[in-house]
Design a binder for this molecule. Structure first.
Ligand SMILES: C[S@@+](CC[C@H](N)C(=O)[O-])C[C@H]1O[C@@H](n2cnc3c(N)ncnc32)[C@H](O)[C@@H]1O
Length: 285
């Protein structure tokens, strides 16, 4: 099943997404995989653009105290936080939080705190003495069963007038240009089922609006486009989907192999294209 093209790409993620995902990084058999995955996806032009738009938005309101929930390894927080300010990265995974602490040890104005934001706190139990000016949640809500609980908990770190930025994808709007449309539809369906909250990207403006008093708006809609089949397969998880669809009998082994082969061929011919819809929305608390 594994194609040579998938194995040989320097910029691809060389391993499959483990069965449990970003909702339980530390419980997976290889938490280090997620470090590698975050590092590689962050290099994608669309992800760079998303981070740039978030940094610009935070900068436009002059926020100096910033809290990021699900900060991963902390690169976005480091970019967003002015040297005169303080950034608080809240991260459920001990492995990712420790990586963030190591990577940004030279920045005394960044704090990385292990905490599950679905489980409470409460502000009093976190070392955030004063309310923050901005809350950022990027690529996290798709992994969360109840975003409203997470937002309500995170709001305890804010004040009236704080900026709230939510940013995520809608897997149900993923497109894959592939001649076998039937198997393609099965793969997209499986990718959605693999996420706890697959379509949250399209719901972000409403979520912001329900949560904040201020008018909510879309900051940007960005298409993450990948035109190299092997990269798309690894980053978007096609190969994993096919394994699951074959295992549960939805797709035959032969159809899965043929789908992969046609994908490699269309990629070589320059006609392969996959897109993942990503939205950034914001509002004022
Ligand atoms: C896809 S990663 C995104 C990381 C980072 N925001 C980025 O864009 O590079 C999702 C992150 O959310 C974290 N996460 C998931 N559930 C969480 C929760 N309940 N509280 C805090 N962090 C959580 C995961 O551990 C992971 O680091």
């Amino acid at each position: 099943m594994k194609s040579s093209s998938e194995c040989n790409m320097g910029r691809s993620v060389g391993v499959e997404l483990p069965r449990r995902g970003f909702d339980h990084v530390d419980a997976t058999h290889d938490p280090g995989f997620f470090l590698q995955y975050l590092d590689q996806t962050r290099m994608l032009p669309a992800l760079q653009e998303i981070e740039h738009r978030i940094v610009t938005e935070v900068g436009s309101v002059g926020a100096t105290r910033i809290v990021e929930v699900g900060c991963g390894t902390g690169e976005l927080l480091a970019r967003m936080t002015p040297t005169s300010g303080h950034g608080f990265g809240i991260e459920k995974s001990v492995v990712l939080c420790e990586a963030a602490q190591r990577r940004h040890a030279a920045h005394g104005n960044l704090s990385f705190i292990v905490h599950d934001f679905l489980e409470g706190p409460l502000l009093s139990s976190l070392p955030i003495q004063r309310p923050c000016d901005a809350l950022v949640i990027n690529r996290v809500l798709q992994h969360i069963s109840n975003p409203r609980i997470l937002l309500a908990n995170a709001a305890r770190c804010l004040r009236a007038g704080s900026l709230v930025i939510l940013s995520d994808v809608d897997w149900s709007r993923m497109t894959i240009s592939h001649p076998d449309t039937e198997t393609t539809a099965q793969i997209i369906g499986e990718r959605c089922r693999a996420r706890i909250n697959p379509a949250v990207g399209s719901a972000l403006q409403d979520l912001c609006g329900q949560f904040c008093l201020g008018h909510s708006r879309v900051v940007a809609d960005i298409q993450n486009e990948i035109t190299e089949f092997g990269a798309a397969s690894n980053i978007l998880g096609f190969r994993r989907s096919l394994d699951i669809l074959v295992a549960n009998g939805t797709v035959t082994e032969a159809a899965a192999s043929a789908w992969t082969q046609r994908g490699i061929e269309t990629s070589a011919a320059g006609t392969f294209r996959s897109t993942l819809f990503h939205r950034i929305a914001c509002a004022t608390l």
